[in-house]
Design a binder for this molecule. Structure first.
Ligand SMILES: [Zn+2]
Length: 98
């Protein structure tokens, strides 16, 4: 029984030493795990490595025709150029340009 306790203590010490040696890697893995947990729960991590996709799709853009502001994702876009809030504005803008 005594030997088993000594072996257990040695294993614990080795584990502690390796944990100390690889603390950076463990920290990284923990960070990734935490981020995954946050994403799974619906939220996005707010750290510097956070995904910018959500902010990108909710960015407001101005309609070239009527001048109203709408989320970029709901607008009609011509390449990298002008954006229109609706098909009607798009047609008016296209007619004007032609
Ligand atoms: Zn418009």
């Amino acid at each position: 029984m005594r030997e088993a306790l000594i072996i257990l203590a040695v294993i614990l010490v080795l584990f502690a030493l390796s944990a100390f040696r690889y603390r950076k890697q463990i920290k990284t893995i923990y960070g990734v795990w935490k981020a995954l947990k946050e994403i799974r729960s619906g939220g996005f991590p707010n750290g510097p490595n956070s995904l910018g996709q959500e902010a990108e799709s909710s960015k407001l853009a101005r309609c070239m025709k009527c001048g109203s502001w709408h989320p970029e994702s709901t607008m009609i876009r011509v390449g990298n150029g002008p954006m229109f809030c609706s098909a009607a504005c798009f047609e008016k803008g296209a007619k004007q340009a032609a």
